[in-house]
Design a protein around this ligand. Structure first.
Ligand code: URA
Ligand code: CA
Length: 436
């Protein structure tokens, strides 16, 4: 087989065989196929697309390119969840204990944050003592013991995707539905998911700006799931504003505790119930998603979900008393209110820009080597649709210094993330569609 023939075939709109796709991904992972040939192939895919079968083959080839988690010693259906591009997306912290409390085994491997996106592993480290590193044996034993473990990714998972994603980033080939869909699904499959619930963001702050494009991506991922025998459901949700008001590690842990307590922010709570309902159904613990949602609402009310969080924290060496005394979480010494520049109504809030602001405050990393401050971040006090008076706070910055120049810069950045208009704005819909 010759790589040039495969590129040629895709360039002319042909359909690649499973063998051709496996050859390409194996060769690229090993380094026998160079970046320039892979770039040409990615561009050919960008223009000519891939069939559902080709996309599934690509997904499996990437999933098998490195280590794969073996969760077979855990009984039950392992349901994983993925959110495409979340800023201040606290859902994993909430869903892990919530669905575990519903009897779904949660064996979760999460990442650290980079750039404007936060990572669940960093957030968990805001809990004093919490250990994110576990041996494979400890990880499996903990899931079998208490039903949930959340650990940092270890080993060499989906190296083909890492390489290809990096290459796409610099060759203008990111925005291809089959390439995005296979990239996301390969990682879920390698981490051992039997079934997958996807939260596909749509809107200004998302990868996919239009509802049509988001539905197309969701359908491509659900089709991959069907092809490879991993039942997949995608929920398409609004990203014209951050999901929850808090962005920052400690702040998001607090938000997760409040949500598991039944006193969380409305939208975050609603989305978690929606996603958890589908997870409970796919895990075989309810007849349908509606029954699953009723079940998890009950677990939020009864305190069972919060108790599962306490168990998770304890099992991983953390101080579970933070659940009842959140002041034990790292606290930022300074708070600065962000005044509204004009009166009117909030029309949109740029989640990505606020993610960058939180990073600049110290909550995230510009490069992988940066260290972060778990206490800092920001909390929105206004959401899209809210009326606002000039001078009223839009948000509050949680800072670790009082340097006037930098503080002003952060205030300006936060203010410009808000679009305020004189005319009233309707509250946006949170959930647009469910693709199964
Ligand atoms: N997220 C991924 O993991 N891969 C993509 O290609 C796009 C978004
Ligand atoms: Ca289906």
């Amino acid at each position: 087989m010759r790589t040039v023939d495969i590129i040629h075939k895709k360039r002319d709109g042909g359909v690649l065989s499973s063998e051709e796709i496996a050859f390409l991904i194996e060769g690229y992972t090993k380094g026998t196929i160079p970046d320039y040939q892979m770039s040409a192939w990615a561009m050919a895919v960008f223009f000519n697309g891939m069939t559902a079968r080709e996309t599934a083959d690509l997904t499996l080839a990437m999933a098998r390119s490195g280590d794969q988690a073996d969760l077979s010693s855990i009984p039950g259906v392992k349901v994983d969840k993925h959110s495409t591009g979340g800023v201040g997306d606290t859902t994993t912290l909430i869903l892990a204990p919530l669905v575990a409390a519903a009897g779904i085994p949660v064996a979760k491997m999460s990442g650290r944050g980079l750039g404007h996106t936060g990572g669940t592993i960093d957030k968990l480290e805001a809990i004093p003592g919490f250990q994110v590193e576990r041996t494979k044996e400890q990880f499996l034993e903990q899931v079998n013991d208490i039903g949930v473990a959340v650990v940092g990714q270890s080993g060499n998972m989906t190296p083909a995707d890492k390489k290809l994603y990096g290459l796409r980033d610099v060759t203008a080939t990111i925005e291809s539905v089959p390439l995005i869909a296979s990239s996301i699904m390969s990682k879920k499959i390698a981490s051992g998911a039997d079934a997958i619930v996807l939260d596909v963001k749509t809107g200004r702050g998302a990868f996919m700006k239009s509802l049509e494009a988001s539905v197309e991506l969701a359908q491509a991922m659900v089709a991959i799931g069907t092809e490879v025998g991993r039942e997949t459901v995608a929920v398409i949700t609004n990203m014209d504003e951050p999901l929850g008001p808090s962005i920052g590690n400690s702040l998001e842990v607090l938000e997760a505790i409040e949500t598991l307590n039944g006193h969380g922010p409305t939208e975050l709570t609603e989305l978690c119930i929606e996603l958890a309902g589908h997870m409970v159904q796919l895990g075989g613990q309810s007849a349908d998603a509606e029954a699953g949602k009723a079940q998890v609402r009950q677990l939020l009310q009864s305190g069972a979900a919060l108790d599962k969080l306490r168990q998770l924290i304890r099992a991983q060496g953390g101080d579970a008393s933070v659940v009842d005394a959140p002041s034990k979480l790292p606290q930022a010494p300074y708070r600065v209110a962000v005044p509204a520049p004009a009166s009117g109504y909030v029309a949109s809030i740029d989640a990505e820009s606020l993610g960058v602001t939180a990073m600049l405050l110290g909550a995230g990393r510009a490069t992988k080597e940066d260290t972060i401050d778990l206490a800092v971040g920001l909390k929105l006090t206004k959401r899209v649709g809210d009326a606002v008076q000039a001078g009223e706070p839009l948000a509050e910055l949680y800072m670790n210094h009082q340097k006037p120049e930098e503080t002003q810069q952060m205030l300006n950045r936060t203010i410009s993330a808000f679009a305020i208009q004189p005319e009233p704005v309707a509250k946006p819909k949170l959930i647009y569609a469910v693709v199964t």
